[in-house]
Design a protein around this ligand. Structure first.
Ligand code: FCB
Length: 452
């Protein structure tokens, strides 16, 4: 199974992580609790009640973790900054020690020839801000912009790639309607409000990033998903696909790239809200021009119409999610490189922007073998299949500029705790020992083959 496909010159090879999933050190150097500390401590919310308290202890192992990236030949590293480290009170005073950690990380990456891709928000909202309403409070656009200014003001002389938000769909629909992520609310109307405020916070912060980091590329990372109906759909199935697509994709493609919510979305949600939280001029702010779009994609979604089906996603009454089709990963996620190809092309068309695949990967129940290695052929096969799909998307017209494996190392998989391993590097959580998996070796080989 050698991987033969060659990507265009300049294609960037990276790996990604997120602050809460790897850092640990949750109460060190002035960091305040975030909504995931609270969520994890709430019985029944996270498998085994596990939290990011220690995680991969990356906060204390940052230097050797960057050495590992260097050994793998990574050209770029996508990480996120923890808001509660930088502004522990959510708004107001900056905690210099917290900021210094990221400054050291950026320097170490650059010293090793690795380009930092910095995400400002990957879900660890300071708890103090959730106490003030979190993403439901319109003022969060200013709270987020002030925090952004603190980070970009400190790192903007060295960082050339900024991402405002990671997967705002998860911070809104999954967190406020479905309830599976912090803060765990189950109100579809709230999800709409949160989604709007996320887009607004993003758009408000974009010009501030441009001002403080001139010449840098500014982006957002979405998690668009290809929505499939049944093989033999009737009219109502087609409408179910449309509604699901609006709630999954259009909810952000619209405000970010078209200055409007997608067709039918406001009508389909009129029984939930009067939409008075959309103020005049908001959609001009949310559609601030960007330099590229980050796409995180793992699996497609399948739906059909079902009379009376209750679906927590806003505007999705009668939309029933149908089971994924095998093969599945350890997350139960459908493996479909074709859907990956299609959603890349769709994202390219909707945005008109260059695309970075900012996350893609798969979880498997890996173990360190008696020979000391981690043999994970399923992850390698998934990697090959999805890289090939991305390559086909380039041939079909998408301007895909790079790929970031999720994840550099096994880490805290949110509501699944430490039970799901996504790394190309294995982490033994008792010893914090890192072991490059076979898939990591293969990824390093593919990167090296592109250097020649
Ligand atoms: C994405 C998240 C990332 C990780 C992967 C598996 O939705 O952005 O943090 O959990 O899924």
């Amino acid at each position: 199974m050698t991987f033969q496909t060659t990507f265009p010159d300049g294609f960037l090879w990276g790996a990604a992580t997120a602050s809460y999933q790897i850092e640990g050190a949750v109460s060190e150097d002035g960091r305040s609790p975030c909504i995931w500390d609270t969520f994890a401590a709430t019985p029944g919310k996270v498998l085994g009640g596990e939290s990011g308290e220690v995680a991969c202890d990356h906060y204390h192992r940052m230097e050797s973790d960057v050495d590992l990236m260097k050994d793998l030949g990574l050209q770029a590293y996508r990480f996120s900054v923890a808001w509660p480290r930088v502004i522990p009170t959510g708004t107001g005073a900056v905690n210099q020690v917290g900021l210094d950690f990221y400054s050291r990380l950026v320097d170490r990456l650059l010293d090793n020839g690795i380009r930092p891709f910095v995400t400002l928000y990957h879900w660890d909202l300071p708890q103090v801000l959730d106490d003030r309403g979190g993403w439901l409070d319109r003022d969060i656009k200013d709270w987020f912009t002030d925090y952004t200014a603190a980070v970009v003001g400190a790192l903007g002389d060295r960082v050339t790639n900024w991402t405002t938000l990671n997967e705002p769909w998860c911070s809104s629909v999954l967190s406020y309607a479905i309830g599976a992520h912090a803060p765990g609310h189950t109100d579809p109307a709230e999800a709409l409000v949160a989604a709007h405020h996320l887009s607004l916070a993003h758009g408000t912060a974009v010009p501030v990033i441009r001002e403080l980091s001139p010449g840098a590329e500014v982006s957002i990372t979405l998690n668009p998903t290809q929505v499939h109906g049944p093989d033999d759909p009737d009219e109502r199935d087609v409408d179910a696909v449309r509604r699901a697509d609006n709630a999954l994709n259009g909810i952000f493609f619209g405000p970010l790239f078209h200055g409007a919510y997608p067709d039918g979305m406001l009508e389909d949600t009129a029984h939930l809200t009067d939409h008075s939280w959309i103020h005049d001029g908001d959609l001009a702010v949310t559609s601030a021009p960007l330099d590229n779009l980050g796409v995180n994609n793992y699996f497609p979604t399948r739906v059909r119409f079902s009379e009376g089906a209750r679906n927590p996603m806003p505007g999705c009454d009668g939309v029933e999610e149908t089971p994924p089709r095998p093969p599945l990963t350890d997350m139960g996620w459908e493996i479909s490189p074709d859907s990956h190809h299609d959603i890349i092309l769709r994202s390219s068309k909707e945005s008109g922007l260059p695309i970075y695949i900012t996350e893609n990967g798969s979880a498997w129940p890996d173990e360190v073998d008696a020979d000391g290695a981690v043999h994970d052929p399923d992850r390698t096969a998934y990697l090959h299949g999805h890289l090939e799909a991305g390559h086909r998307a380039i041939k079909d017209g998408a301007d895909v500029r790079g790929y970031f494996a999720w994840s550099l190392m096994d880490n805290y998989e949110w509501a699944f705790g430490y039970s799901k391993r996504f790394g190309i590097v294995h982490v033994d959580y008792d010893t914090q020992q890192r072991t490059v998996k076979d898939s990591g070796q293969e990824y390093a080989r593919i990167i090296a083959a592109h250097q020649r």
